[in-house]
Design a protein around this ligand. Structure first.
Ligand code: CU
Length: 321
């Protein structure tokens, strides 16, 4: 009887140690990334302009992690102005949230900030600058955490970061908006001529709009020169074969644009929203607001072709993949 108790105790002890060390080895599953933010000339919409890149590209690289692991990310600022990176949608210690002057110090010119945090969730997330208008200039990228156990059924995956691009300096875009003029509506052909406003008895309302510096047609305020999918207006992803199930991790990293997403003829299955798995639902035309993420599983049709489009809410343009 006594010897059985001892063996029992021993087994309990061993299983306890196994649990602890098993856990520790999962915790020490550390992924290290280095991001460098720089200013360089880029051409996204037919004109060389100054942009901001992460590791030389817009968007920055996809950072991949494993749930239960540990993230270490060094962000180096090679610009002459300060910057920051905010990890959007991630549960982490306050200091590493990356909102300058609120939770985290800004990254000064030439300096590097080390972010580190345990990965206690899974799904599709993203990161972006939280300083001035740097996100509009290109400082954003995707953040993917694979779950400990994958419950979704798919063969391959593709991250698609959607965004909007202007050849204007973003500070000038802001100035234009603050002036409350109709410049962007004129560019988009959505301005209403004053004689028509008067003819329809809207002059009083128009004066009110002017006083509040509000534009007339106001679905989207800014005229953009391009809308981008992973940094390009059109993308080809030839790596998928007919019949394959592809998980699309779609992120709206635009500064001010919301998109209607369409997936060609076949209805894809929506499987996750803002990082969390949802009850799967077959759905084609889907709206994505700023900073949202949606995951869909699409089956590549027999002819091997499927067109994904993200059309700006006001219909002024789209990106295609
Ligand atoms: Cu954000």
């Amino acid at each position: 009887m006594k010897i059985l108790t001892v063996i029992n105790q021993l087994l309990l002890f061993l299983s306890l140690m196994f649990t602890i060390f098993g856990h520790v080895s999962a915790q020490s599953d550390t992924s290290i990334y280095h991001l460098t933010i720089n200013k360089e000339v880029v051409n996204k919409a037919g004109k060389d302009v100054s942009g901001m890149t992460i590791n030389g590209t817009i968007p920055g690289p996809t950072l991949r992690f494993k749930e239960g692991g540990y993230a270490v990310i060094y962000v180096k600022n090679e610009m002459e102005e300060e910057t920051s990176i905010h990890w959007h949608g991630l549960l982490l210690p306050n200091f590493h949230d990356g909102v300058p002057y609120l939770t985290t110090p800004p990254i000064r010119p030439g300096k590097t900030l080390k972010y580190e945090f345990p990965l206690i969730q899974a799904g599709t997330y993203w990161y972006h600058s939280h300083t001035m208008l740097q996100e509009q200039s290109g400082v954003y990228g995707s953040f993917v955490i694979e779950p400990i156990e994958e419950t979704l059924d798919y063969d391959k995956e593709l991250v698609m970061v959607l965004s909007d691009w202007t050849n204007q300096k973003s500070i000038n875009v802001l100035r234009n908006l603050k002036r409350g003029n109709e410049w962007y509506n004129i560019k988009k052909g959505t301005a209403t001529p004053l004689n028509q406003v008067v003819a329809r008895g809207g002059f009083g309302a128009q004066i009110n709009f002017w006083r509040q510096r509000m534009e007339g047609a106001d679905i989207a305020d800014i005229y953009y020169h391009a809308f981008l999918n992973n940094g390009e207006q059109t993308q080809e992803y030839p790596e998928f074969e007919p019949g394959e199930k592809v998980r699309l991790r779609i992120i709206n990293g635009a500064a001010s644009s919301q998109f209607w997403m369409t997936f060609g003829g076949e209805d894809p299955t929506l499987v996750a929203a803002d990082g969390l798995n949802v009850v799967p639902v077959k759905r084609n035309k889907t709206f994505i607001a700023i900073a949202e993420t949606y995951d869909f599983v699409v089956t590549i049709p027999e002819n091997g072709k499927i067109e994904f489009r993200a059309t700006a809410q006001d219909g002024s343009g789209y990106s295609s993949a």
